[in-house]
Write a protein that binds this ligand. Structure first.
Ligand SMILES: *Cc1c(COP(=O)(O)O)cnc(C)c1O
Length: 844
């Protein structure tokens, strides 16, 4: 229960205006999900200041607001509390209500299994007391008030997680809650360097002599903590004598874990809990120890734990499509917990069908590298199918391949739709399969679980809602601007294109130039899983990148392949483009030496004047090609120069092309498996140019070929280019902005500094982008665009703060900046706009 006067009293806050409501049902940190009678918290974070969301929160019915400066909005009928710092004020409130309600506090800290431990403690304490615990998926100090918002005078116990999000936070959290019992959860293994973590050390330092610390005896670093704390200590361990409580004879099963216990010289045999994973027996022992501390006999605690409900996202067994077993462990991950989950998988898979492991990121950067290697190695030993999703996790797939896992059992994907589609379509998920799903919060592997779940009613057993409003908050790009790709749009576009061309025409998805800036590997997978038959790239380099990612579909290099790359083409089964006899002979020699054949498509120049054999020379080329036995001519094609604007010229090119390939088929007897000519524009506007394959790029990315040739219904753009405000300030009149002082303020002007520039592909001259979106409003660029900085005028948008999202391309709120619009302003075409966004940009 949250009372206005508790907050005022605890926080030294000031009422702003007349008070209205005095009691609030809950705190609310996201204005878009605010409800009636809630108390909205205006917060300053790395991702902006939510002060400007106050009107939205009020519109959604909140009854109160805590903020750090007087709101310049109409707050009539709402209680407004002004504080110096919202989070500090709430921490003071936490301390105040805990003292006032006289509840006993247990805390859970540590690296793994905190939530299951918290639930287990609540389960045990609930046998005799009224115990409160709330699972809050937020890190740092703010989690405490959110966890205590529904604490009431009837509660005797409260259990909270302590999860600092930055160095030094633990001390403030411990002081606010003053725990009687502290559990530190750990897994023995890689992290045990013998020295305790500084935050855990801080927790121990702040415990009083009357409180109890519960530590893992199996871990050197945890034992070290027991020597420094003033609190009493109890230890728990698995298979190690010396711990106060010890579990042994642990048996893992697909629906629970069996174990025996030794405590106080007695044995308690044949117990069972519905938790998956040997490591969760530590949670069980911690809960039992807390129970003992508060007078709950062991037997009673054990009985209660048998009824423990699974916690969403923590080794939670669910029924998947085709009655497969999904084990959803998508709440959080690090290398140790991932290895522990794989241990569980290796124990339970016997007697069942395949052990399938779907893994997202389990950590970032240099520190996690070794973890990926170990996990890949273990996966190669344990699992039958290994699918990694995302750039980080792909390291584990490569490691599994290095350790000898067969390539047919390893896949790398980049979005949940592709992961789910692979499992369903290619690996034919069935009732004998066990699928373990794991990754960090940022990896959002629960989205895969959601796509694989059999009964939609089970959705509520998953962590993080699908349209998680703070999904972007979890994403913390290291670079200052980044690209977001909507994989669902891409998949829909591919399907729409398949529907347009019909079943008799094959679709070559053109993914050159990093899939027009959309990410070549992920786009290729999405295209192939949604009906594309062939991939088109411009160079061997691009083709090899796809092969390295495990993509085994046919790939045509549409550009020049030098002879020194012929060997790679042959070895990786890549199709080359032929238009010159000397090149063809060199390719043939290479293929002969390797004792195999090189696949090729011949390209005819039907009028574009670019790559391709001239029509008059085609007959001669083919006469000689007949003798090159190590080249397999699979197709013939041409390319239109004006399919988006000149139907007559396109018709002319079509005639030229036909006049070449038709007689060839007649005289030489070659039968082309693929005959193709149409790019996006011709595919849409010239059905007669489809032949039996089309080569489509632009349309798959949801962009219009031209003003004349527009995409039909069903296609949508998929790329959003974003950054965040770096600084907001007010310049005096007559102040210059940017290199060359090309802009001078006329009056006082509020400006935003944006961390993007021409080094990122954000054009400087002769014309620049013109506008960007901030809070859904168009703001003009002022002054010159620099290498990595740009300035905008914020005159039209109130309350902009550091960290607020800025959209350079794509949708924000109700407005959208399209590639076509930017192209018109830059004096170019939409293709160039998206391709120029630097490929080194993080994409997700
Ligand atoms: C890029 C390219 C395409 C695809 O063109 P879109 O207009 O993007 O559909 C097709 N064929 C060739 C040879 C290309 O180079």
């Amino acid at each position: 229960m949250i009372s206005l006067y508790d907050i005022l009293e605890a926080s030294n806050g000031q009422l702003f205006g007349e008070p209205a409501a005095q009691i609030f049902t809950d705190f609310c940190v996201d204005a878009s999900s605010a409800r009636e009678n809630m108390l909205f918290l205006a917060l300053k974070t790395d991702h902006g200041d939510t002060h400007h969301d106050i009107p939205e929160a009020i519109a959604n019915g909140v009854a109160g607001i805590i903020c750090m400066r007087p709101p310049e909005y109409d707050t009539y009928g709402v209680s407004v509390v002004l504080v110096r710092d919202t989070v500090d004020a709430l921490l003071a409130w936490v301390q105040h209500v805990i003292g006032k309600l006289d509840v006993r506090v247990s805390v859970v800290a540590g690296s793994i299994g905190k939530s299951v431990t918290l639930e287990a403690i609540r389960q045990v304490l609930s046998t005799r007391y009224s115990a409160h615990a709330a699972l809050i998926d937020v890190e740092g100090r703010l989690a405490l008030p959110l966890a205590l918002s529904r604490l009431s005078p009837s509660h005797q116990h409260v259990i909270v997680k302590l999860q600092p999000s930055q160095a030094g936070e633990m001390a403030a959290m411990v002081q606010a809650v003053q725990p009687e019992v502290a559990v530190i959860t750990h897994l023995p293994g890689m992290e045990d360097g013998g020295t305790p973590d500084a935050e855990q050390q801080a927790l121990m330092d702040y415990l009083s002599p009357t409180s109890l610390a519960i530590l893992n005896y199996d871990l050197e670093s945890a034992r070290a903590l027991s020597t420094t704390t003033r609190a009493q200590v109890r230890t728990i361990g698995i298979d190690t004598f010396g711990a106060d409580m010890m579990a042994f004879n642990i048996v893992a099963g697909p629906d629970g874990t069996g174990f025996d216990l030794r405590y106080g010289g007695e044995r308690f045999v044949g117990h069972w809990v519905p938790l998956l994973g040997k490591h969760l027996v530590y949670s069980v022992m911690a809960a039992l120890t807390v129970g003992l501390h508060y007078g709950i006999p062991l037997e009673e605690g054990l009985k209660a734990l048998k009824m423990l409900e699974p916690v969403p996202g923590r080794m939670n067994g669910l029924i998947g499509k085709n009655d497969s077993l999904l084990v959803d462990d998508t709440y959080a991950a690090n290398p140790q917990s991932t290895l522990a989950a794989l241990d569980w998988l290796s124990e339970v898979k016997h007697g069942r069908g395949r052990a399938i492991f779907v893994m997202g990121s389990i950590g970032e950067g240099e520190a996690a590298r070794q973890g990926y290697r170990s996990v890949g190695r273990r996966a190669a030993e344990v699992v039958d199918v290994f699918i990694t999703q995302g750039i980080d996790a792909a390291q584990a797939a490569r490691s599994a391949l290095d350790y000898g896992m067969d390539i047919s059992r390893v896949r790398m994907t980049y979005n949940p739709h592709d992961t789910a589609a692979l499992l369903e379509q290619q690996f034919k998920l069935n009732a004998d399969d066990i699928v373990l799903l794991k990754g960090t919060a940022k990896a959002h592997i629960e989205r895969v679980t959601r796509l694989l779940i059999k009964d939609p009613a089970d959705n509520e057993k998953l962590v993080r809602g699908y349209d998680d409003p703070d999904a972007a908050v979890h994403f913390q790009p290291v670079r200052s601007n980044w690209v977001e790709i909507d994989a669902t749009s891409l998949a829909n576009n591919v399907r729409a294109m398949k529907a347009l061309i019909g079943s008799k025409v094959s679709l070559m998805a053109v993914v050159k130039s990093d899939a027009y800036g959309h990410g070549a590997v992920s786009m290729s997978q999405t295209a192939l899983l949604n009906g594309a038959n062939y991939l088109g790239v411009s160079s061997m380099h691009e083709a090899l990148e796809l092969r390295e990612a495990g993509i085994d579909a046919p790939i045509l290099v549409m550009g020049y392949t030098p002879t020194y790359l012929a060997q790679q083409a042959v070895q990786h089964g890549i199709t080359v483009t032929l238009y010159d006899l000397e090149l063809a002979r060199a390719f043939d020699r290479t293929a002969r030496e390797l004792n195999t054949r090189l696949r090729a498509h011949v390209k005819v120049d039907s009028g574009m004047g670019r790559l391709g054999i001239m029509p008059d020379d085609a007959v001669t080329l083919f006469r000689h090609l007949g003798a090159l036995r190590h080249i397999e001519i699979e197709g013939i094609y041409t390319h239109f120069s004006a399919a988006d604007e000149d139907p007559d010229y396109t018709a002319y090119q079509l005639d030229v092309f036909k006049s070449v390939y038709k007689p060839l088929q007649a005289t030489t007897g070659v039968k082309f498996k693929y005959i193709h000519a149409a790019n996006s524009a011709a595919t849409i506007a010239h059905k007669e140019a489809h032949f039996n394959m089309v080569r489509v790029g632009l349309a798959l990315y949801g962009m219009h070929p031209s003003d004349k040739v527009r995409l039909p219904e069903g296609f949508s753009p998929a790329l959003t280019w974003k950054t965040a405000i770096a600084q907001v300030k007010t310049l005096p009149p007559d102040h210059a902005v940017g290199y060359g002082n090309t802009y001078t303020t006329r009056r006082e002007e509020r400006v935003g500094i944006i961390p993007v520039g021409y080094a990122d592909g954000f054009r400087r001259a002769p014309e620049h982008w013109g506008e960007m979106l901030v809070h859904g409003v168009r703001v003009p660029i002022i002054g010159r665009v620099s290498m990595e900085k740009t300035v905008v005028s914020l005159a039209a948008v109130p309350d902009v703060a550091i960290g607020d999202e800025v959209v350079l391309l794509g949708r924000q709120g109700n407005d959208i900046i399209t590639a076509e619009e930017v192209a018109a302003r830059l004096g170019t075409i939409n293709y160039e706009v998206v391709c120029n966004i630097l490929p080194r940009m993080p994409r997700r």
